[in-house]
Design a protein around this ligand. Structure first.
Ligand SMILES: *[C@@H]1O[C@H](CO)[C@@H](O)[C@H](O)[C@H]1NC(C)=O
Length: 362
C-alpha cells in the first residue's frame, strides 16, 4: 500500500512540475514549506506513534489517492498542501515520521505536526501525541539531515528561505481548557491565553535562532462553531459556543500583538499572522457564496462523516456512512467530520491565506 501511495504521489508531482514549466509560473523564492502544528496540518505523523488519535483508515482521505487514507484528518488535502503547491513546491507535504520518505523528499517540505496536540504540553498528553517541544527536536534533526544532504551553506540558505508554517492552538481550547478540569482550575481563560502566548513567543525565538526567517502563523477559526461544539452545547443545542469563539478571538488578537513585537525585535525576521476568523464566520453565514454557483456549500453545520454530530478519528470509520460526493473532488459540506473542515473548505482557506498574509512571500 505505501508503494501505491508513493507512486501516485510521484506521478502527481511530476505532472505538476510539467504543468508549472509549461505555463511559466514564476517560482517563488520560498525554497520549502516546513510545517508545525496539529491535525489541521498533520500529513500522517500520528500513524507512526502510539496514540488512538489517528485517521489512517477509511473513509479519511476518501477523495484523493483513490480513497487510500494517508493520515490526513480530512477527505483530501490540507491547507499546507495547497499552499506548498502554490509556491511551486510539492502538492503533498510528507510527514517526517513516515519511514517511506527520506531527506530527498523532505528538501522541498516536511511536516512535524501531530493531530490532537497543542501549544500546551498538557494538551499533547491527553492523547499521547507529539508536543511542540518534540516537533522542535524533529526540526533540529531535520536540519542535521539537510546539512548532510545539501552541504552546510546551501542547507542554511534553504532554511532561511523556507516558509515555516504553524497551525496550532485549537486543541488547547476545545480538547483541554473547555473540556477538562486541569487547566480551567489553574487559570482563568485570560491567564491561560497569556500562558499560551508565552509558549508561542518562545517557539518563534527558538526557530529564529535555528535560522528560520520566513514564518506564517494562522489564527484560530471560529472553533465554537465546529459541529462537535454545537453538539455538546447543552445551553443552546446546535448553536455555536460563544465563549469558545471569544477565546479564539482573544487568542488571535494577542497573537497579532506578538507578531508585531517579534517583527520589530528580531532582525531579518518576516513573520505574518493569517487571520481566518472572519472568513470562517462568513462561510458559516453565507455558505452559498463559497465554492462556485453549481457546487457551493449546502451544509456548514454537521460533518460529512456519519451523523456529522460527534464522529471524529476512530469514531469516523469504515462503518460510518458518508455524504454523497457529486462534484468530486469537492463536496457540499464545509466539515468533513465533527471537528475538521473538508478538503474544499481547506482549499478556500489556503486561497484566502495566499491572497492575504502569505502574499508577501509569493
Ligand atoms: C513541555 O515539555 C518539554 C519537555 O518535557 C519541556 O522542555 C518544556 O519546558 C515544557 N513546556 C512548558 C511550557 O511547560
Amino acid at each position: 500500500m505505501p508503494f501505491v501511495y508513493k507512486h501516485k504521489q510521484c506521478v502527481l508531482l511530476f505532472t505538476l512540475i510539467l504543468l508549472l514549466q509549461s505555463t511559466q509560473i514564476t517560482r517563488a523564492d520560498v525554497t520549502a514549506v516546513i510545517v508545525f502544528g496539529d491535525s489541521t496540518v498533520d500529513s500522517g505523523n500520528n500513524d507512526f506513534i502510539k496514540t488512538i488519535g489517528k485517521s489512517n483508515f477509511r473513509p479519511y482521505g476518501r477523495d484523493i489517492y483513490g480513497g487510500i487514507p494517508t493520515g490526513r484528518f480530512s477527505n483530501g488535502r490540507l491547507p499546507t498542501d495547497f499552499i506548498s503547491e502554490a509556491f511551486g513546491l510539492s502538492p503533498f507535504i510528507p510527514a517526517f515520521l513516515d519511514p517511506s520518505y527520506t531527506i530527498k523528499d523532505f528538501v522541498l517540505g516536511v511536516c512535524f505536526a501531530s493531530a490532537f496536540t497543542g501549544w500546551d504540553n498538557v494538551t499533547a498528553d491527553i492523547f499521547n501525541v507529539i508536543p511542540i517541544s518534540t516537533q522542535l527536536e524533529y526540526y533540529k534533526q531535520y536540519q542535521v539531515m539537510l546539512k548532510e544532504y545539501q552541504g552546510e551553506a546551501r542547507a542554511k540558505e534553504t532554511i532561511r528561505q523556507a516558509l515555516h508554517a504553524v497551525s496550532l492552538g485549537t486543541n488547547d481550547f476545545i480538547e483541554n481548557y473547555f473540556l477538562l478540569p486541569v487547566r480551567s482550575s489553574q487559570f482563568t481563560i485570560s491567564e491561560y491565553i497569556d500562558f499560551l502566548i508565552s509558549i508561542v513567543d518562545n517557539f518563534v525565538r527558538e526557530i529564529y535562532k535555528l535560522g528560520a526567517r520566513k514564518m506564517g502563523i494562522v489564527s484560530l477559526p471560529p472553533i465554537g462553531c465546529i459541529p462537535f461544539e454545537r453538539t455538546i452545547n447543552l445551553a443552546a443545542l446546535g448553536q455555536c459556543r460563544e465563549e469558545i469563539n471569544k477565546a479564539a478571538r482573544d487568542f488571535t488578537s494577542k497573537q497579532e500583538q506578538l507578531v508585531a513585537k517579534l517583527n520589530a525585535e528580531l532582525p531579518g525576521l518576516k513573520i505574518v499572522l493569517g487571520n481566518i476568523y472572519g472568513l470562517g464566520i462568513d462561510i458559516i453565514s453565507n455558505p452559498s457564496a463559497y465554492g462556485g454557483p453549481r457546487s457551493c456549500f449546502e451544509n456548514v453545520v454537521t460533518g460529512c462523516c456519519g451523523t456529522g454530530l460527534l464522529e471524529v478519528s476512530i469514531l469516523c470509520n469504515s462503518l460510518s456512512p458518508t455524504c454523497p460526493n457529486a462534484h468530486k473532488p469537492t463536496d457540499k459540506y464545509a466539515f468533513w467530520d465533527s471537528v475538521h473542515p473538508s478538503q474544499k473548505a481547506y482549499s478556500i482557506v489556503a486561497g484566502y491565506l495566499l491572497k492575504t498574509a502569505l502574499s508577501v512571500f509569493l
